[in-house]
Design a protein around this ligand. Structure first.
Ligand SMILES: CC(C)(COP(=O)(O)OP(=O)(O)OC[C@H]1O[C@@H](n2cnc3c(N)ncnc32)[C@H](O)[C@@H]1OP(=O)(O)O)[C@@H](O)C(=O)NCCC(=O)NCCS
Length: 199
């Protein structure tokens, strides 16, 4: 099955390629990213960052090949620069539940980009791929991630442990997503009609 490309207002989403490794490697040098995404300390050099990014891209590519869905790189529509990634994949440590994984590179934080690319991915899994339920996990202190789980209506389950870290565990069903999504689309339509942009 060929890998799809998705679009949002600001981003093009497509599977990452080995040539994206230097750009993704920049994020791998940011402790705020590595400590929440891989639970590792940041890469110390540009080469180490690229090497780690390459390993991650290979892991994502294997998942796409094996399961036909996965993590999309997110690229700015205008500059074509990598701005992050977002998608769903099975997490072995969590009984192979299908998990949301998102990273937005630091220069683009707090502009609503994560919410935008997550929404498109939720539309993809629930409306275009017919998944019934998806999951996500966050570290307790990770304010923006916790805020995002609230925005999309994820339900908190009992906490779990991942590599010795206690993490908050959440689920979201298709029905729950759709109920909120309809309200979002209605608001967006109203905003467009009155000339305002909704996130
Ligand atoms: C988490 C992450 C994806 C957010 O990206 P972003 O584009 O800045 O996110 P958005 O702008 O869409 O939304 C962030 C939300 O967090 C809120 N927020 C920002 N900083 C916050 C803080 N310190 N405490 C609480 N909430 C905060 C914002 O107000 C916004 O909430 P709103 O939607 O209700 O307005 C980004 O910070 C990141 O990549 N971090 C490192 C990797 C990571 O933690 N990934 C998620 C775990 S898998």
């Amino acid at each position: 099955m060929s890998s799809p490309a998705l679009e949002t207002d600001r981003a093009i989403l497509r599977p990452l390629l080995p040539t994206d490794a230097p750009a993704l490697g920049t994020a791998m040098r940011d402790s705020n990213v590595t400590e929440t995404i891989t639970f590792d300390p940041p890469a110390r050099t540009a080469d180490e960052g690229t090497e780690r990014a390459l390993a991650r891209i290979e892991e994502f590519a294997k998942h796409w090949d094996r399961h036909g869905f996965g993590i999309f790189g997110a690229f700015d529509r205008q500059t074509e620069l990598l701005v992050g990634y977002c998608g769903f994949r099975h997490i072995e440590e969590f009984d192979n539940d299908v998990h949301l994984s998102t990273m937005v590179d630091r220069p683009y934080w707090s502009g609503g980009l994560a919410s935008e690319i997550i929404r498109r991915n939720l539309e993809y899994v629930f409306l275009e791929r017919d998944f019934d339920i998806v999951y996500t996990a966050t570290k307790e202190f990770d304010g923006p991630s916790v805020q995002i789980t609230k925005r999309f209506g994820f339900n908190r389950e009992d906490d779990r442990t991942l590599r010795q870290w206690s993490v908050c565990y959440y689920n979201l069903s298709r029905e729950e997503f759709l109920a909120r999504h309809v309200a979002y689309l209605k608001q967006r339509l109203l905003d467009l009609n009155t000339g305002r942009a909704a996130q």
